[in-house]
Every structure is written in structure tokens, then in C-alpha cells.
Design a protein around this ligand. Structure first.
Ligand SMILES: Nc1nc2c(ncn2[C@@H]2O[C@H](COP(=O)(O)OP(=O)(O)OP(=O)(O)O)[C@@H](O)[C@H]2O)c(=O)[nH]1
Ligand SMILES: [Mg+2]
Length: 338
């Protein structure tokens, strides 16, 4: 199962208590105060780690606490600091406080560290309360509790290309043609219930990642259908590939389909609406009416969007599309690095 959101509880270590003690030595009738401070509790720290691609490892392990600080001891011994707990998270994880809804951090770089729960301070031992006029202090503090938090973590898939379109447009078929991904394909809407990721090899060792998401329908931004909850997955892609079924079997007008999806994207977020887009007419092998293809081609041209015709059955246009996607995402990577 594809996991992209988890809830966990984190608890930092409590501080150790300060100690109440007095020196007792032979031949020293009244030793001074000697209670040491408690140690600080360990922190819970999120650490970005690119070896992780999902939040799956939290699913079965949703509670994490750091070690408490040790109590202070006599002879002015300070308690040991509690060990921190480090939780590896994939790059692209966004972390929220589940109770307040506040966004705490966006994990974007390898090695990035973020303390989600701070260990409690150790309490002071009685030795710290001594002064010239207060030579036998009995005050000593308890350690402070470590922070406790409920977190909601969200992973936006870091795909380079997002496939969007109506249900049944042929998105899963395309990803299975160009990558090793083998999603379920069937001749009915909403076959895909969760996003699929496929790695496509381009030239030499270069690769890019394509995300196939469930189909979108009119009113998706209002919660109709399935695809909308997955649009956030494609928010960070560099390119949207918009598949439009031009065969008669769709029972709809390609030009209308195209507009509906554009509206849904724009209603979801400006960011999505502004993304570079390819327009792809699918199932060209069974398209009888050339006007259906021309209509959508014209629309793409008017908007300055590259246009492709493909058939996953005959293979027509697939290589060309694959190369164009590679050029687009690999070139825009270079542009970002400049
Ligand atoms: N003739 C023909 N059929 C195709 C082509 N591409 C996909 N299909 C068929 O169209 C149907 C839907 O394909 P899918 O790839 O499951 O469509 P999808 O866009 O992933 O659909 P959802 O997951 O429901 O959103 C399947 O029966 C495919 O075999 C094509 O190029 N030509
Ligand atoms: Mg599908």
C-alpha cells in the first residue's frame, strides 16, 4: 500500500531531578551541600535521509520517546544527559503539529535536522542554592518534562512528471509502457485508486520519475471523485502531462474534457495551473474522427503547449513523448541548478 501520510507521537526525555545531599566526611563536622543537577532529557530529532522514499517505517512504529536525563547525585555529580532519538524521514516530508495544525518544517535537504520535541531541562541540585548566608540549602528542583507532540507527516511524492486526465484516459497504460511500474489497467473509470510511481530511463544513466494518479472529474476540487486528494502529489513535479482520450469510446468531447481538467487544476492551486504542460491525445489507434484530434491539437497550439498523439497499443508516439519529457525535466533541472 502506498503510504503518504502518517501520524506519530513523539516524547522528549524528561529532565533528571536535582539532588538533595550534604557532604559527609570523616573529621568534617558540617559538610556543605553537594546535591548535583539532573541531566537534560534527550531530544526527538527528525533527520532527512534520502535512503527513505516513504513514511512506511512509521506506520507500524508510531511512538517514539527519547531517554530521560539521569537524576543528579551526591558529591556534586550531575546526572547524565538523555540520548537523543533520531528519526529518519524522506526528503519532501512536510511535518505538522497534529493538534494545532501548524506546519513545523518542510524537509528539503539531505541531512537536514529538526528538533520536534525538546528534552526537559534537568533540575538544579541543592548545591546550586548555596550562598554565604544560606549554607545548608534544602531546595532542589525536579527536572522539567520533555516536550510531547502529536505529529502529522505528509510526503509529497517527488515525481518529475505528473500524469493527469479523466478516468480511463490511459494514464496507467502509459506509465506501464514507459517504466517498470505495473499498475492495474482496466476498461472502467477509477481503476487507479492510489498513485503509482514509475522510473523512466532517458539517455545514458539519466532517469526521471513519473506519477500516475487516479483520474480527475468535474467538481474534483469540491471533492468529487478520487483524484483530487492526490493532486498535491503532483504539485512539486516539473511537468504535467495531460492525457485526453480522443477515441469515440470515451463518449465525451476531447475539447471539453481538456477544459474541465484545466479548470480543476486551477481551482486546486495557482501553482498547478502555472506548471508546464504537455497535451497528449491517447488511443489514437481507435480514433475514427480526425476532427476530435484536430480540435484538441488546435487548443494546445493556441495555448503554446506541446502536443503529442500516442497509442499504447501500437506504440505510436510513445518514444517521442518519452524523449520530450526527458528533455523537459532534465533541462529544467539544469536550469534550476544555475
Ligand atoms: N485502443 C487503445 N486502448 C487503450 C490505449 N491506452 C489505454 N487503453 C485502454 O483504456 C482503458 C483505460 O486505461 P487505463 O490506463 O486504465 O486508464 P487510466 O487513465 O489509468 O484510468 P483511471 O485509473 O481509471 O483513471 C484500458 O482498457 C486500456 O486498455 C490505447 O492507446 N489504445
Ligand atoms: Mg489508472
Amino acid at each position: 500500500m502506498f503510504i503518504d501520510e502518517v501520524r506519530i507521537r513523539v516524547k522528549a526525555g524528561d529532565g533528571g531531578n536535582g539532588c538533595l545531599a550534604f557532604r559527609r566526611e570523616k573529621y568534617v563536622p558540617r559538610g556543605g551541600p553537594s546535591g548535583g543537577d539532573g541531566g537534560r532529557g534527550g531530544d526527538v530529532v527528525l533527520v532527512a535521509n534520502s535512503n527513505y522514499n516513504t513514511l512506511l517505517h512509521f506506520r507500524f512504529n508510531p511512538e517514539h520517546s527519547a531517554e530521560r536525563g539521569r537524576h543528579g547525585e551526591g558529591s556534586n555529580r550531575t546526572g547524565r544527559t538523555g540520548h537523543d532519538v533520531e528519526l529518519p524521514v524522506p526528503i519532501g516530508t512536510v511535518v505538522f503539529d497534529a493538534d494545532s495544525g501548524e506546519q513545523l518544517v518542510d524537509i528539503t535537504e539531505e541531512g537536514q535536522r529538526f528538533v520536534v520535541a525538546k528534552g526537559g531541562r534537568g533540575g538544579r541540585g541543592n548545591a546550586r542554592f548555596a550562598s554565604a548566608t544560606h549554607q545548608t540549602p534544602t531546595e532542589h528542583e525536579d527536572g522539567r518534562p520533555g516536550e510531547e507532540r502529536h505529529l502529522r507527516m505528509e510526503l509529497k511524492l517527488l515525481a518529475d512528471v505528473g500524469l493527469v486526465g479523466f478516468p480511463n484516459a490511459g494514464k496507467s497504460t502509459l506509465i506501464s509502457r514507459i517504466s517498470a511500474a505495473r499498475p492495474k489497467i482496466a476498461d472502467y473509470p477509477f481503476t487507479t485508486l492510489e498513485p503509482n510511481l514509475g522510473v523512466v530511463s532517458a539517455h545514458e544513466h539519466e532517469t526521471y520519475v513519473v506519477a500516475d494518479i487516479p483520474g480527475l472529474i468535474e467538481g474534483a476540487h469540491l471533492g468529487h471523485g478520487l483524484g483530487i486528494q492526490f493532486l498535491r502529489h503532483v504539485e512539486r513535479t516539473r511537468l504535467l502531462v495531460h492525457l485526453v482520450d480522443v477515441s469515440e469510446s470515451s463518449g465525451r468531447e476531447p475539447v471539453e474534457d481538456f477544459q474541465v481538467i484545466l479548470n480543476e487544476l486551477a481551482s486546486f492551486s495557482e501553482e498547478l495551473a502555472a506548471k508546464p504542460m504537455f497535451v497528449v491525445a491517447t488511443k489514437i489507434d481507435v480514433a475514427q474522427d480526425p476532427d476530435r484530434v484536430e480540435g484538441i491539437r488546435k487548443l494546445a497550439e493556441e495555448r503554446g503547449l506541446p502536443f503529442f498523439e500516442i497509442s499504447a497499443v501500437t506504440g505510436q508516439g510513445i518514444d517521442g513523448l518519452k524523449r520530450a519529457m526527458a528533455d523537459k525535466v532534465l533541462r529544467s533541472t539544469a536550469a534550476l541548478e544555475v
